[in-house]
Write a protein of this length. Structure first.
Length: 464
């Protein structure tokens, strides 16, 4: 089917958030209140922080302030791949922290296990399935790159099944695949909006006071308290955890480390039994292809296919605007790539198209820190892999706020900051040059030009 036809009826909103399970909004904050801990941001980072603060100490008085609705941003509109990796993949972690990669991998698996346990404990209905991830190659150079990190992954105890052309197609049937790696344990699929709403409910059940539609405009240190000023009220807090993602930070220093990158996705209508049989996919893994500009895709509970990725767009100037959540040029490209990957599904229509903003930092994996004498902590920069890692970030923030030295806080990964991005307009020029170079590398068997090689040497990069 012509991609324009397949897209013709697709609604312009995130599929996951367009759900009857969406809860009614909670009240705004009016007046002045106090808290032992105030959490700013109602995405996964903030929700996990509030929940685990109460789990650690039920007597703590915890307030969560969300500027809009819980989970409306990246957390409720992503691919729903909850990855074990804390470092945006083993290769990135190994390059940056070779001496602690084994610990990071273990902590990542523990973190994902604990996400599964929490989902079960609070009975969160978010379609959690630990099906693993299938990385597929569509060109020989991709296979060679995948094989490079295979040995080290296995040494670190990651079980990876190497599949040849026929084996990978027996899992998921696309004529474009030439091989693949199946990491059976390192990833779970879930419905991200229902996870966010479930975590909201879990927080409420433990006594967290959650205010929605309550943006924090400024944070003032009075000495006696940290005052969070919102349009109709103030929270006087002893400690503050910032889970504000890529949005205007309350701490100026964070601005230099984060850039907003837009990522886009499509959702198909549910596949019929016959259509599903033509693709196989009995093991329901998440799938990612392996070019630099990659697609990620997966089945939903009712057997739709979410198909996203490829373009990672930085709008010059680095602004965040609602209109950037729609990009027809990208949607058409995604629909064409879908048709090439699954020609047997010709005729299948898309029901939703949307985009969302990612908190990209130059090392592709989250950074952490504290300020105000240890009374404020932050975690951000997950760069497109935060569904699982945000829970780790929340634990780091709670360790830092408690002034505790833990295995987490002693990691170099936690102590070190990424390189800052240069100021505009150099920032935009550099990012666009990098995006162009990445696209060129994909066209030329993965060969990286001088610009990318220089960035690689500096440990700088751009990813989604
Ligand atoms: C299209 C897309 C696909 C993705 N796919 C995946 C995937 O499959 N797997 C994966 O691991 N990751 C994926 N990601 C990334 C993942 O969604 C994020 O890493 C993660 O959700 C980040 O969570 P967060 O809580 O830090 O930020 P956010 O979800 O952005 O939440 C931040 C919240 O803070 C609030 N806030 C900000 N400032 C204030 C303030 N001053 N006062 C009050 N509230 C404030 C915002 O309103 C927002 O709700 C994807 C992202 C996108 C956009």
């Amino acid at each position: 089917m012509d991609p324009l036809k397949a897209l013709a009826d697709a609604e312009r909103k995130p599929y996951w958030l367009d759900s009857p399970a969406k809860p009614e909004p909670l009240a705004r904050l009016f007046g002045t209140t106090t808290a032992d801990l105030a959490v700013v941001g109602g995405g996964f980072t903030g929700l996990w922080t509030a929940l685990m603060a109460k789990e650690r100490d039920p007597s703590l008085d915890v307030v969560l302030l969300e500027g809009r609705r819980i989970g409306w941003a990246a957390s409720g509109r992503n691919g729903g791949f909850a990855m074990a990796t804390l470092t945006h993949g083993i290769a990135n972690g190994l390059e940056r922290w070779p001496d602690e990669i084994a610990t990071l991998e273990r902590l990542g698996v523990e973190n994902l296990d604990e996400i599964g346990e929490t989902v079960a404990r609070y009975d969160i209905d978010c379609g959690y399935e630990r099906t693993g991830e299938l990385n597929v190659a569509t060109e020989p150079w991709q296979l060679a790159e995948m094989n490079e990190s295979l040995e080290i992954a296995r040494e670190l105890g990651v079980r990876i099944d190497v599949l040849d052309r026929d084996q990978v197609r027996a899992e998921v049937n696309s004529p474009t695949y030439i091989g693949g790696h199946w990491d059976r344990d390192g990833c779970a699929m879930l419905d991200p909006a229902r996870l966010a709403w479930g975590l909201r409910q879990a927080c409420l059940s433990l006594g967290v006071r959650v205010y929605e539609r309550t943006p924090v405009r400024t944070m003032k240190d009075t000495g006696a308290s940290l005052d969070l000023l919102t349009p109709h009220g103030t929270v006087r807090a002893r400690r503050v955890a910032l889970g504000t993602g890529v949005f205007q930070p309350l701490l100026r220093r964070l601005k230099h480390f984060l850039v907003p990158v837009y990522d886009y996705a499509l959702m198909t209508e549910p596949l019929s039994a016959e259509q599903l049989a033509s693709v196989g996919w009995r093991n329901r893994q998440g799938v990612g292809d392996s070019a630099n500009q990659f697609h990620y895709y997966r089945l939903t509970g009712d057997n739709r296919i979410l198909w996203g990725g490829y373009d990672a767009v930085y709008y010059n100037g680095g602004r965040i605007k609602p209109e950037y959540e729609q990009r027809d040029e990208t949607f058409v490209k995604l629909a064409e790539h879908f048709a090439a990957t699954f020609p047997q599904l010709s005729g299948l229509r898309f029901t939703h198209r949307w985009g969302g903003v990612i908190d990209t930092c130059s090392r592709f994996s989250a950074f952490f820190g504290h300020s105000h004498g240890g009374r404020v902590a932050y975690a951000a920069g997950y760069t497109g892999m935060g569904v699982g890692a945000t829970r780790f970030g929340a634990n780091v923030m709670l360790d830092l706020l408690a002034g505790e030295r833990t295995e987490r806080t002693e990691l170099r990964m936690v102590k070190e900051k990424p390189l800052p991005f240069p100021p505009e307009p150099v920032r935009s020029a550099g990012i666009q040059m990098t995006r162009w170079s990445i696209a060129q590398a994909d066209l030329h068997e993965g060969r990286r030009n001088l610009w990318l090689r220089t960035l690689d040497k500096m440990g700088l990069g751009f990813d989604s």
